[in-house]
Design a protein around this ligand. Structure first.
Ligand SMILES: NCc1[nH]cc(CCC(=O)O)c1CC(=O)O
Ligand SMILES: [Zn+2]
Ligand SMILES: [Zn+2]
Length: 385
């Protein structure tokens, strides 16, 4: 096959009317075709179309045309381009010691905070434009953990207290809650276990959906199940509908969540390391692109409103798959604790500049197709932008 045929095949295959980049390549390939049809007997004998498609500089020689190369971007040039801070969600770790404020050693600049510390910490960030947070409960008292993760939806527990407080103190702030049991279970797994130590999917789904509902009732705008039990999206959606909350509570599913070594600092922060075994039986294998696609399609069918991919930078192809499969839905990506720690470590070792890498990694995640990024860099971005 000739080069020009290949280019137009690619352009047409990827054509999506909502996607400016594919419209550009579509237009370019049309130009190549009409040129070919008027100047040559057959498309295959034309080589000039290759030269046309290699004229790239004009597309990025001007500040404005540079911005046109991204569907989402970090640097605001034009008002109508979706931009910071609307697309950033900041993770918060909330402990059951109301006055606690302890740095997390493996997660630079991040702290575990008690509810009493939240308002003073967040007020300046909200003033700088912080729009959204995702809450993780971190019970520090060992007695708070049991086999069922009872503390997860304790009305006096840190997450429900924080939802109420933040809703009343920052009416504009969008509150998402991570929904999982691993922070609250004595065994540290993301669900309820059978006697033999394996995950009981049906019981876990029932429990997880109760927890999600409790957060929604307390005032969360969005619930985000990260447990990965099969069928939890549908179960949560049904409970939200039954409670009359489905019209105002969004369901963001951690749909394609891969197991691996990038969650270490988070488990440090949340004290959620499994006491035995690992999470491989309910998180995706890193090579499992097909499984990720099936999980995304399954979650769309079960009623998810936002599809999330996690981690982000090692899974950019999956983010693009998610955007293709969920074209009409927002796609989120979580730049997880290990990615964040790695960037800090690289900067500290003099490998690259922290800010430059924060931008480059985030631009890559957006370019891959995400419109929402969960990131520990959010406070920095609010200053940098
Ligand atoms: N299930 C809980 C949960 N929700 C988000 C993360 C990871 C976030 C991060 O690493 O920043 C985890 C940890 C895990 O699954 O082990
Ligand atoms: Zn979990
Ligand atoms: Zn397991």
């Amino acid at each position: 096959m000739s080069f020009s045929n290949l280019v137009s095949d690619i352009a047409f295959r990827d054509a999506n009317p909502d996607d400016r980049a594919s419209q550009i390549s579509l237009a370019r390939s049309r130009t190549a075709r009409s040129y070919a049809s008027t100047n040559a007997t057959s498309v295959t004998s034309v080589s000039i179309s290759g030269d046309i498609s290699s004229q790239l500089h004009a597309g990025y020689s001007h500040p404005l045309s540079r911005t046109w190369q991204a569907e989402r971007q970090l640097t605001k040039v034009e008002e109508n381009i979706p931009c910071v801070p609307e697309m950033l969600i900041y993770p918060l770790f909330i402990t059951d010691n109301p006055d606690e404020e302890t740095p997390i050693p493996s997660l630079p600049n991040q702290y575990r905070r008690g509810v009493n510390r939240l308002v003073p910490f967040l007020a300046p960030l909200v003033r700088k434009g912080l729009r959204s947070v995702i809450l993780f409960g971190v019970p520090l008292h060992p007695a708070a953990k049991d086999a069922l993760g009872t503390a997860a939806d304790d009305p006096a527990g840190p997450v429900i207290q924080a939802i109420r407080l933040l809703r009343s103190r920052f009416p504009q702030l969008y509150i998402t809650t991570d929904v999982c049991l691993c922070e609250y279970t004595s065994h540290g797994h993301c669900g309820i276990l059978r006697e033999d130590g394996s995950l009981d999917n049906a019981q876990s789904v029932d429990r997880i959906s109760d927890v999600a509902l409790a957060y929604a009732v307390a005032g969360a705008h969005c619930v985000a199940p990260s447990d990965m039990n099969d069928g939890r999206v549908r179960a949560i959606k049904l409970k939200l509908i039954e409670a009359g909350l489905a019209h105002r509570v969004l369901l963001m599913s951690y749909s394609a969540k891969f197991s691996g070594c990038l969650y270490g600092p988070f488990r440090d922060a949340a004290g959620s390391c499994p006491s035995f075994g690992d999470r491989r039986c309910y998180q995706l294998p890193p090579g499992g692109r097909g499984l990720a696609r099936r999980a995304i399609q399954r979650d769309i069918a079960e009623g998810a409103d936002i599809i999330m991919v996690k981690p982000a930078s090692s899974y950019l192809d999956i983010i693009r798959d998610a955007k293709d499969l969920a074209q009409d839905m927002p796609v989120a990506a979580y730049q997880v604790s290990g990615e964040f720690a790695m960037i800090h470590a690289g900067a500290k070792a003099g490998v690259f500049d922290l800010k430059t890498m924060a931008f480059e990694s985030t631009e890559g995640i957006l370019r891959a197709g995400a419109g929402i990024v969960v990131s520990y860099f959010v406070p920095e971005f609010l200053d940098w932008l």
